[in-house]
Design a protein around this ligand. Structure first.
Ligand SMILES: Cc1cc2nc3c(=O)[nH]c(=O)nc-3n(C[C@H](O)[C@H](O)[C@H](O)COP(=O)(O)O)c2cc1C
Length: 360
């Protein structure tokens, strides 16, 4: 491998401050407001939601509507999807001055990605992937990074990651699941293959998948030796995940609403965030869940958050990590887990204050 490329990749990573805690690209969910909230609580690098390169190039309004950032929103990687190298280059040129790297989506498993030939379906087209990485690297002035899923065949996965590095990719994120491990088949994430890829490659490698608590973050770094950990679903449920502390989710929801106002989050983004942030409380206060479903304005959404906060909604223990685990076959965490103990203490305190309020 070209030593110069490897050295450049590390210089780039170090220039960003060697970030370890990464907010994943998430359609409709890693928007500016959410990124800023997670940055406040320990995220050291964030990705935009996936942006469709063809739509961005063809539409006059798409870029301004869907690529929003601000000077404090750094370091920032913008993720593109698509399979046409020329279109990807054009789209990257439109945004390269406002982000630190262009990431290529090689992991999306959805039907729409099959139709559009991008994400994990593009990953199957080895030559095209390598051409895209090379062409982008040659034609834009910021680094190119990739986010992949794994294949069932370990050797095929390892060979491809080596080729991607060789083509000029500066950072590789590995989601340790195959494209078939999706929705209710999501199952366990394979950290072992991530560890093998980290050992094989010379560029920085980020581990993604299976993060659920702060202790998972620490364990994942230890077990994979990856340079950073990227989280998606657990971060949606707890935007303060990377702070290593347990925060009150109702209060985080209020803070999110402040960021949403400040950074003009769209109503569907706000609604989707609140359903995840307040998942456990809304399982108890089902009337407010229905109200949230039909809320049509920012103020209506805010009103529900405030009402829940006033109620200091009681979170039943068995539901405490509800949303992330809603269809995952994870084992329940051991009772000794220190995060669980902290949470139990918070719930006990909430119980006490509820009892006190009832007595008053
Ligand atoms: C709401 C949502 C939107 C997502 N959108 C994207 C996306 O735009 N680009 C991408 O590469 N992955 C996307 N993903 C996948 C995540 O980035 C991540 O790879 C996956 O959820 C596994 O990480 P986790 O176990 O921490 O959730 C999305 C996931 C979720 C839950």
């Amino acid at each position: 491998m070209d030593d110069h490329h490897i050295e450049q990749a590390w210089q780039f990573y170090r220039k960003l401050g060697s970030p370890k805690f990464i907010c994943a690209p998430m359609v409709d969910q890693s928007e500016l407001a959410f990124r800023m909230l997670t940055r406040k609580y320990g995220t050291t690098l964030a990705y935009t939601p996936m942006l469709n390169s063809k739509i961005m190039v063809e539409s006059k309004t798409f870029k301004d509507e869907f690529f929003t950032t601000c000077p404090e929103d750094r370091p920032l990687f913008a993720q593109l999807c698509g399979h046409n190298p020329q279109i990807l280059i054009k789209a990257a040129l439109m945004i390269q001055d406002e982000c630190d790297a262009i990431d290529i989506n090689l992991g999306c498993p959805q039907g729409i990605a099959r139709k559009g030939l991008y994400g994990s379906y593009l990953l199957e087209k080895r030559e095209l992937v390598l051409t895209i990485v090379k062409e982008l690297k040659q034609n834009i002035n910021i680094p190119v990074t990739c986010k992949i899923r794994i294949f069932k065949d370990i050797k095929r996965t390892l060979d491809l990651t080596k080729d991607i590095q060789q083509s000029g990719c500066s950072i590789l994120t590995v989601h340790g699941r195959t494209k078939e491990q999706n929705k209710d088949l999501v199952g366990q994430c394979d950290w072992n293959i991530i560890a093998q890829i980290k050992q094989l490659l010379q560029i920085p490698v980020f581990a993604n998948g299976g993060i659920y608590t702060w202790s998972d973050v620490e364990r994942c770094l230890q077990e994979t030796k990856a340079d950073a950990v990227m989280s998606s679903e657990a971060l949606l449920e707890n935007p303060a995940l990377f702070s290593g502390q347990i925060k009150d989710l109702n209060e985080l929801a209020i803070e999110y609403m402040q960021f949403a106002k400040q950074y003009n989050a769209k109503l569907p983004e706000i609604k989707a965030h609140l359903f995840k942030l307040l998942y456990t409380s809304l399982q108890v206060h089902t009337d407010l869940r229905s109200k949230l479903g039909s809320a049509k304005t920012y103020d209506q959404h805010l009103d529900i958050v405030i009402q829940l906060n006033r109620l200091r909604a009681h979170i039943p223990l068995e539901n405490k990590f509800g949303w992330y685990k809603r269809y995952q076959n994870f084992k329940q965490p051991q009772p000794k887990d220190k995060d669980i103990q902290k949470l139990e203490n918070i719930i006990k305190q909430q119980d006490l204050s509820l009892q006190n309020n009832n007595q008053e």
